[in-house]
Design a protein. Structure first.
Length: 268
């Protein structure tokens, strides 16, 4: 485990438990007490946690952890989802991404694919995104033209939010939008945790001809704070093999294609 992974895991443990002692962190991370203390100091310096005598506690004012400190939950499932989703991209397409851990993985796989596949050499793709980390990662790819929506950066997710996105999104058309979400309710639609992100995500959905929702199985049959769009806006859901069969049937009953990443016979 490298330092960044260790910091992410440590931050998640503190948020999950509310507090942690140095001795607990030593056991969890299998590192020395001195290393744990340095890591706790680093997180406290960024006001992500509050240092206490003998350990640390969560910082109520920090809200969600920034993306770079958020350990990826369901890592194997999300990696499989990323592989399936990246294979959906075709030369010449305009594709969209919002922010999040899953879309970041997909964007990385897309960048690798277009750099290797000769079919993209004379037929670039265009990526529209409100996530500055995704824009930064793909800007160096020679076969990718990157369009950023504009807005104010939300430091927790690296997403641009706010009304500035209205200047561009109503004027463009996206072939395929890859949308990370925080919840899917089978009656009311798809959800995000933050109202500002949900508003921009809704505008991205409105600009897209096809919406591919990327949701590991823990996101199914749940809601979050702010609704993005009804299920009628969704064409495809890419999830994982752990998805409850009843949840898959509920989506398919509404005319939504469901692809379970990792299936031997998964087809695009």
């Amino acid at each position: 485990m490298n330092r960044q992974e260790r910091l992410s895991h440590l931050a998640d443990l503190i948020v999950e438990r509310g507090s942690i002692r140095v001795e607990e962190a030593v056991e969890e991370l299998d590192v020395s007490p001195a290393t744990v203390r340095r890591d706790l100091d680093a997180l406290a310096d960024q006001q992500l946690i509050v240092r206490t005598r003998g350990g640390a506690s969560s910082n109520p004012s920090s809200g969600d952890l920034p993306l770079r400190y958020r350990a990826v939950t369901q890592p194997e499932q999300k990696a499989a989802i990323a592989q399936v989703a990246s294979a959906m991209v075709t030369p010449g397409e305009v594709i969209g991404f919002n922010g999040g851990t899953t879309t970041t993985l997909v964007a990385y796989e897309v960048g690798v694919r277009v750099s290797k596949d000769k079919a993209f050499l004379d037929n670039d793709i265009t990526v529209v995104t409100n996530a500055i980390n995704i824009a930064n990662d793909l800007a160096v790819r020679p076969c990718v033209r990157v369009v950023v929506t504009g807005g104010v950066v939300r430091g927790r997710s690296y997403e641009l939010i706010g009304p500035l996105s209205d200047l561009i999104l109503p004027k463009i058309s996206v072939d395929t939008l890859f949308l990370g979400i925080n919840g899917i309710d089978f009656s009311t639609g798809i959800y995000a945790n933050h109202e500002g992100e949900a508003a921009v995500n809704a505008a991205l959905v409105a600009s897209a001809n096809r919406v591919v929702v990327l949701a590991d199985s823990t996101k199914l049959a749940r809601t979050a704070f702010a609704r993005i769009a009804p299920l009628s806006a969704v064409s495809t859901v890419v999830t994982d093999l752990d998805a409850n069969p009843a949840h898959v049937r509920a989506l398919e009953a509404q005319g939504i294609e469901v692809i379970q990443a990792g299936q031997p016979d998964t087809h695009i």
